[in-house]
Design a protein around this ligand. Structure first.
Ligand code: NAD
Length: 247
């Protein structure tokens, strides 16, 4: 699908990876429904990107809100043929010190948000004749990390849900893939030490624009792929440049 044939809904699209993706797709001629809970930032970005882009408030945990957002996108664009399930939250804490309340809060945003998105958008994408869904997981959905237990659990769930949805929706002509960024420079990672990227093969944080480029590829060009993982992490999960030395 060409970028200018896309009519896409992006969650968490007011800033960060979602914002950069909205910008890249809009610049390519896509029609974009930016959704978020950050109304001021989302509306300002949509206004900046021009008449093909709209902003709508959507808390991804709100099933009724999802119905309204999909109806609004179909009404505004005449169709909806793509979804970027991008909204998510990070929280710190090991298995030992993460509170139950915080564990549940992170799951309740990161997992049902993606489930509701797939479930609500799939009939619209089917009506449009097929399309694609990209679910933003993380390298924390590919391996373990210490200190972010709730986040790791939620991002593995997003990866698993992607596989179930890819099978369930395959005959509707809807591809579903998961995206697995490593450390990317966004408001979410403002408090993370930049040195954590130093021993990666590519020793820097990624830019949101780099993730946007991969997302555009997955939505538009990756026409023979579904259900699988796309990692964009500077090589981090391949290994660290920490030499093995003798005692
Ligand atoms: N930045 C990274 O290093 C990194 C790495 C791997 C994965 N990710 C994932 O990428 C996605 C985007 O993160 P980002 O780095 O751009 O961070 P960000 O904090 O800039 O963006 C996240 C967006 O999601 C929105 N959001 C949060 N809760 C929401 C809710 N209930 N309903 C609707 N919107 C909500 C926020 O308002 C925000 O605009 C997240 O799913 C995150 O887990 C980020």
């Amino acid at each position: 699908m060409k970028v200018d044939e896309l009519a896409v809904l992006i969650t968490g699209g007011a800033r960060g990876i979602g914002g950069a993706t909205a910008r890249l797709l809009a610049e390519g001629g896509a029609r974009v429904m930016i959704t978020d809970v950050l109304d001021e930032e989302g509306a300002a970005l949509a206004a900046q990107l021009g008449p093909r882009v709209q902003y709508r408030h959507l808390d991804v945990t709100d099933a009724t809100g999802w119905q309204g957002a999909v109806a609004a996108a179909e009404e505004a664009f005449g169709k909806l043929n793509a979804l970027f399930n991008n909204a998510g939250v990070l929280s710190f804490g090991t298995v030992a010190d993460c509170t139950e309340a915080d564990f549940r809060r992170v799951q309740d945003i990161n997992v049902p948000g993606v489930f509701l998105g797939i479930r609500t958008c799939a009939p619209a994408i089917r009506r449009a004749g097929g399309g694609a869904i990209v679910n933003n997981s993380s390298t924390a959905g590919m391996q373990g990390y210490t200190g972010i237990a709730a986040y790791v659990a939620s991002k593995w769930a997003v990866r698993g849900l992607t596989k179930a949805a890819a099978l369930d929706l395959a005959r509707d002509g809807i591809r579903v893939v998961s995206l697995h960024p490593g450390p990317i420079r966004t408001p979410m990672t403002d408090d993370l030490p930049r040195e954590m990227a130093e021993t990666q093969p590519l020793p820097r944080f990624g830019e949101p624009e780099e993730v946007a480029t991969m997302t555009r590829f997955l939505l538009c060009e990756a026409t023979y792929t579904t259900g699988t993982e796309f990692v964009i992490d500077g090589g981090a999960i391949v290994g660290r440049l920490e030499p093995v030395t003798e005692r």
